[in-house]
Design a protein around this ligand. Structure first.
Ligand code: ADP
Ligand code: MG
Length: 391
């Protein structure tokens, strides 16, 4: 729209990002492609995004001098890590445009607030109860067990979660999680998991990536397939409508990912249940770098810079494999051994992305690879071969 175009930041302006992980790194790459300079705030002097940005402010998220330096350097600021304190975003917003806004990030940072937002937007979510006191623990309805106890805040990649079968296990799990405020969710029989990455501009315009189907191992994303092989088109369309409704009702500006479960409800397609939201690009959208004509990171740049959004088109079926640090220890040695990248890169349609992390650790996201092909069957076959060659 003309309004967005009038407000667009010109090339050469500096885009700031809170957090220096791999998502920030890929944001920086996209920003640089469009001619912007970048500034990253992250305490780690070797953070993946800090290493490639024009300017790295090495400070803690709530450090006043660090925040002032980032605001000073940047024309507009975004975030790449969902646990950047909302407070820090609020402080930045007093000086510069910040997207997404602290209020929206705060909702995504708290599972209880997130579920309340799902309900308010009319989007179904898992049956659940808040547990913040011994009374609430005792009052948990039996129907929520077996369940998964999740800390309301600061969880990611399956961390801060305990599966519980009965009341005794639930009480022990709540102790184990430090009696912090938690959400107990009924454990659902999942037929599939999907996610939608939606981008919303300051003018309210929205576009989304094609729906992704995700496979998790040990609570960590392992594989994403696009298009989803096992989910009916009607459910995919419903997921897109829900993601748009959630972004719209948050007044969201930026890139938002909504994860959904497909559960059995006796119908042929199954039913859709919202799981959680991430106020930033998402691991499940990484395929968009290689399989779509606009990536989720470019969309983040466009929303921040006030540029028009273009609807992403999937030009190739894709399979994305996460590369966890475990791959560096396949031989059983104590020392990390670099996986055989040349053997993988010899395969057609393999796009390798490594995040520049100095140290591999089990469970740590070190990179990903996306296989694109003319058809989904070939992409799957090549991805399977790539996984085999990696060990
Ligand atoms: P995280 O913030 O760590 O991604 P999630 O809430 O998305 O936490 O949970 C991680 C994974 O655990 C999900 O992708 C899903 O595979 C499984 N999971 C989470 N909640 C449930 C549930 N209520 N029922 C069944 N499986 C679940
Ligand atoms: Mg999740």
């Amino acid at each position: 729209t003309p309004a967005a175009a009038a407000a667009a930041l010109p090339p050469g302006a500096t885009l700031g990002v809170m957090g220096g992980g791999q998502l920030g790194r890929m944001f920086v790459h996209a920003a640089q492609s469009l001619g912007y300079a970048t500034a990253v705030l992250d305490a780690d002097p070797a953070s993946p995004a800090g290493l490639v940005a024009h300017r790295h402010v090495a400070s803690a998220y709530l450090d006043e001098a660090g925040l002032a330096a980032l605001a000073e350097a940047s024309a507009a600021i975004t975030t790449e890590f969902e646990n950047v304190p909302a407070q820090a975003l609020e402080r930045l917003a007093a000086r510069r445009p910040v997207a997404p806004a602290a209020a929206a990030v705060r909702v995504c940072q708290d599972r209880a607030a997130e579920k309340a937002h799902f309900r308010q937007a009319g989007v179904p979510c898992a049956p659940h109860a808040l547990i913040a006191s011994a009374e609430q623990l005792d009052a948990v309805p039996a129907g929520l067990l077996p369940g998964i106890l999740k800390t309301a805040q600061l969880g990611y990649d399956g961390k801060g979660q305990v599966r519980v079968g009965d009341r005794a296990a639930l009480a022990a799990a709540w102790d184990q999680l430090g009696r912090r405020p938690c959400v107990l969710e009924q454990r659902l029989a999942l037929r599939a998991e999907i996610s939608v990455v939606v981008a919303r501009g300051a003018d309210g315009a929205m576009v989304e990536l094609p729906v992704q189907q995700n496979l998790h191992r040990d609570g960590i994303l392992a594989v994403t397939q696009v298009p989803p092989p096992d989910v009916a088109p009607a459910l995919q369309a419903e997921a897109v409508r829900s993601a748009r409704a959630l972004a719209g009702s948050l007044g969201y500006v930026g890139v938002l990912c909504v994860e959904f479960f497909v559960v059995d409800d006796g119908s042929a397609d199954g039913a859709l249940v919202a799981n959680e939201m991430a106020p930033r690009p998402h691991n499940s959208g990484h395929h968009s770098l290689d399989a779509c004509d606009v990536s989720q990171f470019e969309l983040q740049v466009r929303t921040l810079a006030g540029l028009p959004l273009a609807a992403p088109r999937l030009h190739s079926p894709a399979v994305m494999l996460n590369l966890l640090g475990d791959l560096w220890f396949r031989g059983g040695d104590d020392a990390a051994v670099e996986p055989p990248w040349p053997a993988v890169l010899a395969l057609p349609g393999v796009h390798l992305h490594l995040y520049g992390k100095a140290e591999a650790r089990p469970g740590r996201k070190m990179g990903h690879l996306t296989v694109t092909a003319a058809d989904a069957g070939t992409a799957c076959a090549v991805a399977r071969e790539a996984a085999a060659r990696l060990g």
